[in-house]
Design a protein around this ligand. Structure first.
Ligand code: HEC
Length: 76
């Protein structure tokens, strides 16, 4: 029986594919980190936003409600 994929070819596919995946992952990670300042709207966080977050956390509102997809789906 003829061998279609040699051990050398399999090794090259393994390491080449692994290196390619690492490069893609690293590139996407840098891209995501680069976008955080724009997506977080950090410039719009006022004192009342901070106070609301404190109320939300201190009273466990997240235990029943959801904000931006985070929290429980028990209450509206
Ligand atoms: C034990 C679970 C629970 C916790 C904790 C909780 N809630 Fe609720 N909340 C509910 C339920 C259930 C309703 C729906 C009541 C109804 O419609 O009769 C509700 C309704 C509301 C509503 C009205 C929503 C609407 O669309 O009418 C607001 C606003 C609200 N909660 C705010 C909060 C805040 C702020 C906190 C934290 C301080 C909090 N809730 C904590 C269960 C909870």
């Amino acid at each position: 029986m003829t061998e279609r994929i040699t051990k050398d070819m399999a090794r090259n596919i393994y390491f080449g594919g692994g290196l390619f995946a690492i490069l893609v992952f690293t590139g996407l990670t840098f891209d995501s980190v680069h976008r955080i300042p724009k997506l977080s709207h950090a410039d719009k966080i006022t004192k009342s936003v901070i106070a609301g977050k404190k109320i939300w956390e201190d009273n466990d509102c997240v235990g029943c409600h959801t904000l931006l997809g985070e929290g429980a789906y028990y209450a509206p």
